[in-house]
Design a protein around this ligand. Structure first.
Ligand code: DON
Length: 566
């Protein structure tokens, strides 16, 4: 009855929200959504619908991306955020240029190399993943504002308006949201500020059909709308964050917030079988290793999709790349990363000498290479095309689903736990099993290494493929496989996104696969010396392919995203 009542009330008062319950499905699971003027693919239905509305109202891809960024902080708090950070890659049709905006979180000024080690010098994962200490200085608000100011047409207040309305008036709780809260409930209950928001006043769960209102978050977003980024990085919100940190052993101060700056970065560039690949540069490792793996694979003719021979080559290339990641990758403002060398065709040509086409090389026998030129459990990705041909590929995150699980008192804002992406102790894995060393050691004001890989592929100088994914360490290999499936295996974008994925990250020495890989293929891989393990699905690659002047959008069937075009 309560469900019926809430649906009735929404039908009367919020007709556009009711649309949010209508699941829009393509004709079959292998048919992408097709459109001529604009395309939006996100992991959340309301965000996609609002994004399309921005495009229809004459906004460009960046206006849409920023509006969606704020909307998802309300409707998809698992990963959408103002308390985290990320990376935006955009193609400006007017300038025929791909631009990268780095709004990754930074370590607070008081952070120290050993801050997560206990008395016996082991990593205290409770501290690095679930405490106030696990939070980096958030970058999303500054990054979104920078994108809008440089490449958008809307004001910050206009881009924030839909998010404020959704926070203040609420939205209908769906299965994904309700279940995700239940999943983290124990953790949330340790923090009264989080409990107050993600549980009903009587302590019960929000269920499907309920309305979810976030008044504190609405007030925070309103302050940003009226004061610009100052409304977040200085004044009341900054003080609320710093006070809460001080009271709970966290490190972020008002000075950390006031000093935060997003950065324009040179994107990683490479080529692959006649396509131009642009992806994210450090402090993300994503672009570097996608290009490195593509460079290796370009030396081979791949013998069909997901055959043992193809998977073997992919996996051998992945191991070499992830071994290099562990040694070389970090924030280029602090350490020298040999990006040119790692992404050069020459280096790839030297690496293929180590690949035996018939036999797996054990990870213990793989070490980081010597690139020649040495020069100076939730994220979300969305892809957008507008009618002028501008593209946005954006991945942002709180790190885990709901970040540290901590809402900062009085702000309605969840804080990230991205400090765990640093290498807290050389050789010791983080939450994604990734290891690292000095290049990614904790230092004050340094950005922690990421795997986020927003990617734009150009063909004949124009956008061809917009893709990226969540998935921690698996982001790189998920994004890679969407590219390979389109370019090498001639799949349409929905097929490319749907196809069974594999992953290897050097350590642990195993090929992780999704269910659905042929048993004969697994047997062949095992006979070549690989260890194969079947685990949960990987990634959520909201992608767009552009062909013959049409936009083809594909949301990932692994999760609950929606593609819409017009
Ligand atoms: O930046 C990174 O690499 C991680 N913080 C991303 C986390 C992530 O993708 C979790 N989602 N599934």
């Amino acid at each position: 009855m309560k469900y019926l009542l809430s649906v009735f009330c929404i039908t009367i008062f919020c007709s556009n929200m009711v649309q949010a319950l209508n699941i829009i499905m393509p004709e079959d699971i292998f048919t992408p959504v097709q459109a001529k003027n604009g395309m939006v693919v996100t992991s959340e239905q309301i965000a996609t619908e609002i994004g399309i509305q921005v495009l229809k109202n004459g906004g460009n891809a960046v206006d849409t991306a920023v509006t969606i960024g704020f909307v998802m902080s309300v409707t998809f708090p698992q990963a959408g955020n103002i308390g985290g950070g990320g990376f935006m890659l955009l193609y400006s049709a007017k300038n025929n240029k791909v631009i990268a905006i780095d709004y990754r979180e930074k370590a607070p000024a008081q952070a120290t190399k050993d801050m997560f080690l206990n008395k016996t010098s082991e990593i205290d994962y409770q501290k690095s993943q679930f405490s106030y200490l696990s939070a980096g200085v958030p970058g999303t608000v500054a990054g979104m504002a920078m994108a809008l100011e440089k490449y958008g047409t809307l004001s910050l207040a206009e881009a924030l308006a839909p998010a404020i309305k959704l926070a203040e008036e609420g939205f209908i709780v769906n299965h994904t949201f309700s279940n995700s809260i239940k999943h983290r409930a124990k953790n949330f209950q340790q923090h009264p500020t989080t409990t107050a928001i993600f549980f009903k006043p009587d302590g019960s769960f929000y269920e499907v059909g309920d309305i979810f209102i976030q008044q504190d978050l609405a007030n925070t977003l309103k302050l940003i709308a009226s004061q610009g980024i100052k409304g977040f990085y200085t004044g009341k919100i900054a003080e609320l964050i710093a006070n809460d940190m001080r009271q709970h052993g966290g490190l972020i101060t008002t000075a950390d917030l006031a000093n935060y700056q997003p950065k324009l970065r040179e994107p990683i560039f490479g080529t692959y079988r006649g396509h131009d690949i642009y992806s994210m540069s450090p402090p993300s490792s994503g672009g570097t290793h996608i290009v490195q793996i593509l460079n290796i694979l370009e030396n081979y003719k791949l013998a069909g999709h997901n055959t043992a021979a193809t998977i073997h080559l992919m996996v051998e290339a992945m191991k070499l790349a992830y071994a290099d990641r562990a040694k070389y990758l970090g924030d280029t403002d602090f350490v020298t990363v040999p990006v040119k060398g790692l992404t050069s065709k020459l280096y790839a040509a030297s690496l293929i000498q180590q690949i035996n086409k018939l036999k797996a090389t054990a990870s213990k026998d793989i070490y980081a290479g010597k690139p020649t030129s040495y020069e100076s459990n939730e994220t979300t990705h969305y892809s957008i095309m507008d009618k002028e041909g501008n593209a946005v590929s954006n991945t942002y995150s709180l790190n885990f689903s709901y970040g540290a699980g901590i809402v900062i008192k009085g702000t309605g804002m969840l804080i990230n736990n991205t400090m765990d992406d640093f290498s807290s102790k050389p050789g010791q894995p983080n939450a994604y099993g990734l290891i690292g060393g000095i290049a990614n050691a904790i230092e004050p004001n340094k950005r922690m290494l990421s795997s986020m890989s927003p990617t734009i592929v150009l063909k004949n100088g124009k956008p061809f493929l917009i893709t990226g994914s969540p998935g921690g360490s698996k982001i790189i290999t998920t994004t890679l496989q969407v590219i390979l499936n389109v370019i090498d295996h001639d799949m349409n974008i929905q097929e490319a996104v749907n196809a069974v994925r594999i992953h290897h990250q050097w350590l642990p020495d195993q090929i992780r696969i999704e269910k659905g890989l042929n048993l004969d293929t697994i047997k062949l891989l095992t006979s070549m010396g690989h260890k194969v393990v079947v685990k949960n699905t990987m990634g959520d690659a909201s992608s767009i392919l552009i062909k013959n002047g049409l936009y083809y959008g594909a949301s990932d069937p692994r999760r609950f995203g929606v593609a819409l075009g017009y």
